[in-house]
Design a protein around this ligand. Structure first.
Ligand code: ATP
Ligand code: MG
Length: 459
């Protein structure tokens, strides 16, 4: 497909950064076909064009289709304002404040329609309610409409700024995006430092697309990231939470994690986890990487993944140091564990606002780690019935795979689930005989061990 795309198209040798005339690829010069595109996206474009507006399919879906990847969703860009778009469709809703959009609903599919936007210069100190920046140049509101050319220039990466017209079957390329797709490069449009200051999340998007597509981050696009990464600390925590999910639930979590570390982007997102990683790279690195690998495998197999499990893994390594601190202040182990967990989740929410529907099951996965060693009497059977058992058990295996010593607890639970009732009774009976597998709770009482749910076990 790519071969065909580039066969008949010659790339200009010189790069002209502020070019206004796009390269035009006709139907014969690229591999995209109208039939590849969601029929709803095509019909939205058709309808808008019939109403006299310009309209194109744009962004990630054009990029993905050129790379033979099935697009996640379809975006349309148009000269019509959100209100004009809404007037054209029965099932359309205007959404967003910072960035107004129209969602056109077709059953479960949503086509996202955005009005062409213009860049607004940083030194323009008018009090326009349409475009607002803060003192560091970050765009707080972005509703200044513009031409198609303006719209191409204000997009983030060249590979995301390709416009496809399904009626003429032409691609318009204002930023040499096709060239960068061919060379497998994620390249910011415009001056990188300024573009990151306008929207620091673009740093995360750069590594996300690099990981997803197997592209390199172009040198000038990569260079300022390290220095500007701390800007992420001032971003709204709810937006960062959404972005973190896209980073780790896109099927390429492992590679994304490596790139986040390489570009110093992990620490501003997960400060406590980054500290734990610096203290104990072997154990924490293995645990986090294994969590990412497991997530990628589940996604590849079409199995569900929950952000609760992911966050449980990401923050787990931060617990022991905090528990230790509280115990040093005289707090007993169990309250220390509870308080440390609470504090760490609260602090993390300042960076990435974890909704309660995820933070509550996340705490339950952690609590399970305290309960899984306690199996006497009817406890094991009650645990098996607990709705959080499976996640708690998977989490135990994850800890063990990172080298935590649990006295064979994971194997015990694996076997307990496999065998019949009489064997189960025997397994429980055996427990009273062997102290060593009765779990950290017993040991903690007599010894110095601080918590059963701690990375300390791995040391
Ligand atoms: P995917 O949907 O696969 O994650 P995408 O490229 O479609 O990737 P979206 O977040 O859906 O990404 O955004 C759609 C398009 O809007 C992008 O392709 C890009 O052109 C533009 N865009 C999105 N976010 C930004 C941003 N922060 N700055 C500039 N342009 C952006
Ligand atoms: Mg998209």
């Amino acid at each position: 497909m790519l071969k065909k795309l580039f066969q008949s198209f010659r790339f200009p040798l010189r790069r002209l950064p502020h070019r206004r005339v796009p390269d035009v690829l006709t139907a014969r010069q690229h591999s995209l076909q109208r039939g590849d595109i969601s029929r709803y996206a095509v019909s939205v474009v058709e309808r808008l064009q019939q109403a006299g507006y310009q309209a194109y399919v744009v962004g990630g879906c054009v990029r993905d289709l050129l790379l033979d990847i099935e697009p996640k969703d379809y975006d349309v860009a148009t000269s019509a304002t959100p209100e004009q778009v809404r007037a054209e469709f029965r099932n359309a809703r205007v959404i967003g404040r910072r960035f107004k959009l129209v969602h056109v609903h077709f059953g479960r599919e949503i086509i996202e329609v955005a009005t062409f936007r213009a860049d607004h210069p940083q030194d323009e100190d008018d009090e326009s309610p349409l475009a607002v920046r803060n003192e560091s140049g970050r765009i707080l509101r972005d509703n200044v409409y513009g031409t198609l050319e303006d719209d191409a220039q204000r997009r983030d990466f060249t590979i995301n700024a390709l416009y496809y017209d399904p009626l003429t079957e032409r691609i318009l390329d204002h930023t040499h995006g096709v060239h960068d797709i061919r060379n497998r490069l994620v390249r910011l449009i415009g001056e990188p430092t300024q573009r990151y200051q306008e929207d620091p999340v673009r740093m995360l998007r750069a590594v996300r697309f690099a990981a997803k597509l197997g592209f390199d981050v172009e040198r000038h696009t990569a260079e300022p990231i390290r220095q500007l990464a701390p800007l992420l600390r001032d971003m709204p925590a709810s937006r960062l939470f959404d972005e973190v999910l896209k980073l780790f639930l896109g099927g390429q979590a492992e590679q994304t994690f490596e790139l986040l570390l390489e570009h110093d982007l992990f620490a501003p997102l997960f400060p406590a986890s980054a500290e734990a990683l610096a203290r104990d790279p072997q154990y924490v690195g293995t645990l986090l990487r294994q969590a990412m690998i497991n997530t990628d495998i589940r996604i590849a197999e079409g199995k569900p993944v929950t952000p609760a499990f992911l966050f449980a893994a990401l923050l787990w390594p931060a617990l022991p140091a905090r528990v230790q601190q509280l115990q040093a202040q005289g707090m007993p182990p169990i309250p220390a564990m509870q308080e440390a967990a609470h504090d760490i989740v609260w602090e993390q929410c300042q960076r990435t606002a974890i909704p309660k529907r995820f933070s509550i099951p996340m705490r339950e996965i952690w609590d399970m780690q305290e309960r899984l060693p306690r199996r006497q009497g009817r406890r094991a059977d009650l645990l098996l019935e607990n709705p959080r058992f499976r996640a708690g058990y998977d989490f135990l295996l994850l800890r063990e795979s990172a080298g935590e010593k649990t006295g064979g607890l994971g194997d015990w639970w694996t076997r307990y689930q496999e065998v019949g009732d009489s064997e189960r009774r025997a397994m429980i009976r055996d427990l009273s005989g062997e102290k060593s597998s009765s779990g950290p709770r017993k040991r903690r009482r007599g010894g110095r061990r601080r918590t059963g749910a701690g990375a300390a076990d791995s040391e």
